[in-house]
Design a protein around this ligand. Structure first.
Ligand code: C5P
Length: 246
């Protein structure tokens, strides 16, 4: 079903095109720990997500190093600011040769259009995706910030807004994926965090799904963090994840 090389890394597996692609969230507090995992991963199979923690610690230099190893980078800084600031930040990020970039859809129409405009001059622009609702968010927390509609309605509203502003896709919990694919079609990418398999702890995530469910829902990319980064044997865990989707 899949081939493992001498280091114990999965380098190839069958049915590759029918399962969600795997983005590993490199959420570590130092480079040494991150590289211990990165060195086990094949860049032709896995994408790497650099979030606020690693970017704040290691910055652009680390991104360049990973790119030189052949990895496609999802820079998940979830920009959320006035349109002009987001425009300039997106341009700066795209200059790094990033593969995927994120903004918060709740920044509004003008901000989203500005983000899209910033990529106009790039020959191969990064995929621009919008975070609808954090997968950690509970229904009650939406009310606390003054939003009176349900979490699902909120996610669908922001998905439509991002779609209408020309973004390439959205980050959303698995629960809403089917509806979003139905409404906006297959070209509109869905990226889903909150991925857990049996015995994994949810930690702060409130909307979790299994990799198998993600496949059934035709989710394009799954983001996996602690299920791998906290595992004593990340390769064995990736084996299990991939097997569960075959
Ligand atoms: O460890 P875990 O698998 O829960 O990590 C999920 C990753 O996805 C984290 O890096 C988090 O920042 C990110 N993320 C998320 N929910 C979103 C967007 C991004 O959990 N809506």
């Amino acid at each position: 079903m899949y081939i493992i090389d001498t280091r114990g890394c999965i380098v190839s597996y069958s049915n590759f095109f029918n399962i969600p692609k795997i983005i590993i969230a490199l959420d570590f507090c130092n480079k040494k720990s991150a590289m211990k995992l990165v060195n086990l991963l094949d860049p032709s199979i896995y994408y790497l997500k650099i979030g606020k923690e690693m970017f704040t610690i290691l910055g652009c230099k680390f991104i360049k190093e990973l790119q030189e190893m052949g990895f496609n980078i999802f820079l998940d800084l979830k920009f959320h600011d006035i349109p002009n600031t987001v425009f300039n930040a997106i341009k700066a990020a795209a200059d790094l040769g990033i593969w995927m970039l994120s903004v918060h859809a709740s920044g509004g129409k003008k901000m989203l259009i500005s983000a899209k405009k910033a990529l106009k001059s790039f020959k191969t622009p990064p995929l621009l995706i919008a975070v609808t609702a954090l997968t950690s968010l509970k229904e009650k927390e939406l009310k606390e910030i003054g939003i009176q509609i349900s979490l699902t309605e909120y996610i669908l509203k922001l998905s439509k807004l991002s779609h209408d502003c020309g973004l390439d896709g959205i980050v959303c919990p698995g629960r809403e994926a089917k509806k979003i694919k139905f409404l906006f079609g297959n070209k509109y990418k869905i990226i889903t965090p909150g991925i857990r398999i049996a015995k994994d702890l949810p930690y702060d995530q409130n909307n979790i799904i299994t990799p198998k469910k993600a496949k059934e829902l035709k989710i394009d990319y799954i983001v996996i963090g602690r299920s791998i980064t906290m595992s004593k044997n990340p390769i064995k865990k990736l084996d299990l994840i991939i097997k569960s989707m075959q």
